[in-house]
Design a protein around this ligand. Structure first.
Ligand code: XMP
Length: 518
């Protein structure tokens, strides 16, 4: 609900037009990292609607299409009339050139990956950068003839127009991807566009966001009451802390401990919210109830469904006990909002988010982070004084450790998995790698293998260690953890947890694998 007021007064906005979802999100994040507010809109958003937002600049993302494809995504060419500065990236540049009378054609040689770039004009977009750079390319088409009024800014060995500008209308295009980490100086190009070309001010801060949200939430809720389901993760924790800042004890938090959380999490939730923040907290110990529902279940989707149903049942019982409540606080993030609005991806797993509640509960939603990325929520959490451990907690699936125990979840296997997971995280924390790694955990496999301890033969459990790097969880790469760290994890797992006799490291990326094993 309160999200329209997400842009605090005095904050400039840049619109990112989405021609291929992944790229657009990365660009929007880079813009925000430069402290400029950004919004992603579908490529065919009418110009009138875009102008209502008074953007200081527009960035056209890359995308998989060719401008000559039938049905290729197009934006309204009125965007290029010079009212608002625009930057086209890859497909965005090709489209800009195409719409304005230039020519795009399949490149003589496809450029993919690290490519040498020669910059001939460093007046604005390439200001402060070296004349020779390495950039990241991924394109089949290139601009082969500039539209009138444009000049080339940079070239590669195979492409004489790798960047272009029409300074009269403040239109720019780059063939490479400045938003990806493989183009490390790309941030400078984006910042040059934002600050030198568009004249943006770096005023998008989480402190101002918190201020404006506090006011909006207070006005929306008035004297009524709200509840929030805490999951132990940073999103719901920060949402609760923010709403509590706005409405105080009109907020009640419900923490359903389903017993599937990581080691020490339930205690920390209670300590932080009840003791430190003094937020009214209902703590439901539902551990046995969930274990009963999971007895005999091995299929991952059945686990997810049962945990989801049980969660709703427990939550509903508790909510009903509280009397009249009008609002439900949720920690929904911007990527979820964009995904549900723009994607029709095949369902690979049912991602039940604990907190996704049925309509019959009749709450209005308060989702203060509908416009934030994960790193921004972490900053909000830090500003609000949540403990570091919670702020930097890795994303955690709603069904918890249940989907990291392959096969049936029994109390013994759950405790074994929880202990193994704690060792992986503790070692990662000691190595100072928590922030670099997107997610790391142990998976208990339904495989026993032969080992030898002392002089005796053992026949124990196998644990897989998974650690991935990622920007958003949509794609992920297996983390190249230092060998010494892997060795420490492996020896601690086998030494400290009776019954584990073998440890393997998962070296699969997503795709083709997924982050979780189930
Ligand atoms: P996968 O395994 O699909 O995971 O590559 C991508 C991200 O989603 C998390 N995940 C879930 N989150 N309910 C959730 O709330 C689920 O059922 C679920 N399954 C996976 C996973 O931890 C990763 O961050």
């Amino acid at each position: 609900m309160p999200s329209a007021g997400a842009r605090p007064a005095g904050v400039d906005t840049v619109v990112v037009l989405d021609f291929g979802a992944q790229y657009a999100q990365l660009i929007a994040r880079r813009v925000r990292e430069a402290r400029v507010h950004s919004l992603i809109l579908p490529y065919d958003t009418p110009v009138g609607r875009i102008m209502e937002l008074h953007p200081k600049g527009i960035i056209l993302s890359g995308g998989p299409a060719s401008v000559y494809d039938p049905g290729a995504p197009r934006c309204d060419p009125a965007l290029f009339d010079g009212r608002v500065p625009a930057l086209g990236i890859c497909y965005g540049m090709q489209l800009m050139a195409h719409e304005l009378g230039g020519r795009t054609a399949p490149a003589g040689q496809r450029e993919y990956g690290r490519t040498r770039l020669f910059v001939d004009d460093r007046a604005d977009l390439f200001g402060g950068l070296e004349p020779r750079l390495l950039c990241w390319m991924s394109h089949g088409d290139s601009v082969v003839q500039l539209p009138s009024g444009f000049t080339p800014l940079a070239r590669t060995d195979h492409n004489p127009i790798a960047a272009m500008a029409n300074r009269r209308h403040l239109l720019f295009g780059v063939q490479f991807h400045p938003e990806v980490t493989h183009t490390p100086w790309g941030r400078q190009v984006l910042q040059n566009f934002l600050f030198t070309v568009c004249g943006c001010r770096p005023t998008w801060t989480m402190a101002s966001f918190i201020e404006s949200q506090t006011t909006t939430i207070r006005e929306t809720v008035g004297a009524r009451r709200a509840i929030c389901a805490l999951s132990g993760g940073v999103d719901s924790a920060a949402a609760a802390a923010l709403v509590h800042r706005a409405i105080g004890d009109q907020l009640t938090c419900i923490f359903v401990d389903h017993g599937l959380l990581r080691l020490g999490e339930p205690e920390q939730v209670i300590r932080t919210f009840r003791d430190n923040f003094q937020i009214p907290l209902v703590h439901v110990d539902a551990r046995e109830r969930f274990l009963r529902r999971l007895a005999g279940v091995g299929d991952p989707e059945t686990k997810r469904r049962r945990i989801g149903e049980e969660f709703i049942a427990v939550f509903e019982e508790e909510a009903n006990r509280l009397g009249r409540v009008d609002f439900l606080v949720q920690g929904t993030l911007y990527p979820d909002v964009i995904e549900s609005g723009t994607r029709t991806a095949a369902r690979i797993k049912t991602h039940h988010n604990v907190g996704g509640l049925p309509d019959r509960l009749q709450f209005a939603l308060i989702e203060p982070f509908r416009e934030l990325f994960k790193d921004e929520v972490r900053e909000v959490a830090r500003e609000l004084g949540l403990p570091d451990e919670m702020v930097w907690r890795h994303p955690f699936p709603g069904p918890g450790l249940a989907i990291r125990i392959l096969g049936e979840v029994t109390l013994d296997r759950l405790e074994l998995e929880r202990a193994a997971d704690a060792i992986v995280l503790e070692e990662l924390r000691n190595a100072g790698l928590m922030r670099e790694i997107w997610q790391a955990f142990a998976v208990l496999l339904p495989v026993q293998s032969v080992g030898v301890m002392g002089d005796a033969r053992t026949y124990g459990h196998t644990v897989a260690v998974r650690a991935v790097t990622s920007e958003d969880g949509m794609t992920a790469d297996w983390a190249r953890l230092p060998e010494e760290l892997l060795e420490r994890i492996s020896s601690r797992l086998t030494r400290e947890i009776p019954g584990i006799s073998r440890v393997v490291y998962d070296v699969t990326s997503k795709p083709p694998a997924t982050v979780e094993w189930e």
